[in-house]
Design a protein around this ligand. Structure first.
Ligand code: FAD
Length: 407
């Protein structure tokens, strides 16, 4: 059974275990979903990467230590899909803001007494409860709720059935995933749902077909006659032009500095530009409940909080400083206790963690304390190539890896 342990040690162990399969085995077998007990064809690293208990950089380095680039190209490309989606949204934050406001509106509408037609509410409830009568879809709903994970191909089928067969708004489906996936990520999740719907690549959508499901699930499922296999893509709005990545200021080496961890990067030991700083304390907080206006699953909250505890423990040991979770109510006391003049944190990309950092920045500024965000070299090197389609970024993978000295 798929289990996810929210520690860096477990992520490194899983990476080591998966490495032999990251070459041709992955390239040939990755599309099959043989069920939660048979997952050796994929890495299962996504919850750990999403929280950066382990980084894309070290995954690709390890893979290239065991395989040639050609053999591991497919796996490296998939890691770079994550990077592409993150960069794409970073360059177009309006897409996230629009999604959030459409979602808030829709959540208002599915609440009782909203006046929205009853069949729509019933369809939504049946989908999230796993009572649609489409056996594979209902089983995947239960799997998502119980494990916090779905295979990539299954996520595609699920999203397609949600949008085109059940005729439900993609935004509510993306929200359902975001509330239940341990790897729930504002960029990968929102943009993948948009891609399935036909909003990312205009006129191109993803249609789940019974035959394809039967083939790639080793005939565990066969929803013949139950799926709408000839639907058109959703009508797409124009995509905003890509902005530019902003420069981030460097921290001041003369100030008493605290490191602040959040759910987008829990590996402070490898943050850039920290060596040479006067680090006097370490703290952090996560805000998984702010993924949605609706309840976020207990497993997502537990994973995120335990991952933070792991990140704080490691950072404390590495920098030999006290490390603790600090809630908003205790922040003033903590800042004063350590005489903190500057807070340094990892860059949070568009999404809930960036929202929480925005609030933290305002609070600190009011106390005369600066907050400095550090962007990892991986993101700085790759994200500018996310201004167009994935193909353009894919062409840059080798030169960018060479520039990062990853071979
Ligand atoms: C509708 C939909 C929603 C999704 N939501 C999320 C999400 O919220 N968070 C998330 O991390 N991924 C999301 N994905 C992408 C992908 O399904 C998962 O990253 C992958 O299934 C994770 O399993 P793994 O770690 O075993 O992947 P592997 O196949 O072992 O890939 C290795 C790593 O590459 C990255 N990756 C692989 N495939 C993709 C992809 N298609 N897009 C982006 N990154 C990828 C992940 O970080 C993954 O851990 C979504 C895909 C779809 C179709």
């Amino acid at each position: 059974m798929t289990t996810f342990i929210p520690t860096r040690a477990a992520a490194l162990a899983r990476l080591a275990e998966f490495l032999p399969n990251a070459g041709s085995h992955y390239a040939n077998e990755r599309n099959s979903d043989l069920g939660p007990t048979q997952r050796d064809n994929v890495s299962l690293l996504s919850p750990a990467v999403r929280h950066r208990l382990i980084t894309e950089d070290e995954i690709v380095r390890a893979v290239l230590g065991s395989h040639s680039f050609q053999a591991a190209e497919k796996f490296i490309q998939e890691v770079c899909w994550r990077t592409y989606w993150k960069g794409w949204l970073e360059l177009r934050p309006k897409v996230w803001r629009d999604y959030q406001s459409q979602l808030e509106d829709l959540i208002g509408k599915i609440s009782e007494g909203s006046g929205l037609d009853r069949p729509f509410r019933k369809r939504y409830q049946a989908a999230v409860d796993g009572h649609t009568g489409i056996a594979c879809f209902d089983a995947w709903t239960q799997e998502l709720r119980s494990t916090g994970y779905l295979h990539n191909h299954t996520r595609m089928w699920f999203a397609s059935i949600w949008i085109f067969t059940l005729n439900l708004p993609w935004q509510l489906g993306a929200d359902f995933f975001h509330r239940h996936l341990l790897d729930g990520d504002p960029a990968s999740n929102t943009l993948s749902w948009r891609w399935v719907a036909g909003l990312q690549t205009q006129g191109k959508h993803y249609l789940a077909r019974a035959e394809n499901i039967q083939q790639y699930t080793a005939e565990r499922w066969s929803p013949k006659g139950q799926l709408k296999e000839d639907a058109s893509p959703l009508p797409a709005d124009a995509i905003p032009a890509a902005g530019k990545l902003g420069e981030l200021p460097l921290p001041n080496a003369r100030k008493r500095t605290a490191l602040w961890l959040h759910e987008d990067d829990l590996c402070a030991e490898s943050w850039p530009a920290v060596d040479g700083l006067d680090v006097v304390a370490i703290a952090g907080d996560v805000s998984p409940a702010s993924r949605s206006w609706l309840p976020v699953s207990d497993s997502v909250i537990a994973y995120s909080e335990a991952a933070l505890a792991d990140g704080l423990g490691r950072a404390g040991a590495h920098y030999r400083q006290p490390a603790q979770r600090v809630l908003t109510a205790d922040r003033q006391r903590w800042l004063a206790e350590h005489g903190i003049e500057q807070v340094v944190t990892a860059h949070a990309s568009v999404g809930p963690a960036a929202g929480a950092l925005g609030l933290l920045t305002r609070d600190l500024r009011a106390r005369g304390i600066s907050l400095v965000q550090l962007r990892r070299a991986w993101d700085t090197a790759f994200w500018p190539h996310a201004d167009r389609g994935f193909f353009q970024l894919r062409e840059q993978i080798r030169p960018v890896l060479a520039g990062l000295r990853i071979s």
